[in-house]
Design a protein around this ligand. Sequence first.
Ligand code: AMP
Length: 384
Amino acid sequence: MLSGELDLEDNPTPITLSQRPKSEGHAYNRFSPKRTTSFMGSSPFGKAESYQKLEQLGEGSYATVFKGLSSLTHQTVALKEIQLKEEEGAPFTAIREASLLKGLKHANIVTLHDIIHTKETLTFVFEYVSSDLSQYLEKHTGGLNPFNVKLFLFQLLRGLAYIHRFRILHRDLKPQNLLISDIGELKLADFGLARAKSVPSRTYSHEVVTLWYRPPDVLLGSTNYSTSLDMWGVGCIFTEMISGLATFPGMKDDQLDMIFRVLGTPTEDTWEGVTRYPNYDLKQFGLYPPQNLMTVIPKISFIPLAAHLASQLLQMNPHRRLSAQKAMKHEYFSDLPHLVHELPDAASIFTVNGLKLLPEMDELLNEMPKKPSGRSGIRTTLRV
Ligand code: AMP
C-alpha cells in the first residue's frame, strides 16, 4: 500500500516497486484502522513499542521529527511523526514520501527503516543523521573549506543522479533537506514533495520549490517540470557553500529580480521562448546585463573550475542546465580519486581510501596553540 509504481519507460535499470494505488485520493482509505505496517507479519518491525521517542529534532514540511531509540537494533533513529486526522487519513505527501523512499537504496539518500501506523499517527523510522547542511553552514560561517564543498556537492549530485535515473524529482532541495553525518556523508531527505515522473513534459502544480532555490523558469510560471528543476537548486547550494551566504535570498515578489540582477534579464536573444512564459513581462522587470559570477561571489574565483561548473548549473534556460550525471563528470571534480565514480549505489564515497572531510577554518583556528598571555608572549618578539 505504501509502495509506488515508477514508470520506467526509458529507464534501463528498473528497480522493483510494487503497485501504486490507482488513485492517490483513495490511498488513505486503504489503511487499516488498526496498527499496520508495510513490514507485516509477526515481525517486531512496525510496532510503536519497538521505539523510544526522545527529544524533538525539527519540524518538516508536514511532520515533526524526533530522535528515537530502537529496541530492535539498539540504534539511534529519527522518528518522523505525522498526526492523522480521523476524517482525512494520511496526507498525500506522507504516502508519496514513503512509497518513493521504500524503493530507493543509495548511500546519499536517507534510509527508511520502518513504518508505524497507529490510529493517531503515521511514523516513519529513518536512519539518524546528526546534522544537516543548514546547521553545518550556521556552525561554520563565512564559507566552507573548498575541498569539503567538493565532497558535499559530489554526494548531492550522486544522490540526484540516482533518483533522476528513475525520473524522480526531489522538488524541494534546500540545505535543511540535506542531512550531514559526523563523517561528512550527505543524504537527501524530505521527499514529501517528490513524486515519480515518467514524462518530462507532464504538468504539476507550480508552488513546489522553496523560494530561494526555485528556478527562473518555474518562477516565470512553467509547470513543465523535468530534472532540471533540481539542478538549479544544486547551483544555488553549491555557491552558498562557497560564500556562506544564500545566493538568491529573495522575497515573494523580488525573487526573479534578484536572479536577473546577477544573470541578466533574459530576452528572446538570450533564451529562446522565454517571452512565452505566463509571468514574463518585460515592462515589470528591471533591465540588467549579466554579471560575471566571480564578481558577485569573489570566493569562487579562488577555486579552480568552480565558477565554470556553477555557471553551467545556474543556467536560466532549463534546457541548457547541466544534468547531475554530467555535472559529476565536470573537470572541477578531477582531483577526486577516480574510484568515486565506480562505487556501488549503496557505498559511501568515504569508503574510498584516504577520502575524508577536512577541518573547517574555525576548527583549524581552535586547534592552533593559544598565544601565551602576559610577558611570556616573547615568541612574537624579534631578536636582533
Ligand atoms: P524533514 O521533514 O525531513 O525536512 O525534517 C525536518 C528536520 O528534522 C530536518 O531539517 C532535520 O533537522 C531533522 N531530521 C529529518 N530527518 C532526520 C534524520 N534522518 N536524522 C536526523 N535529523 C533529521
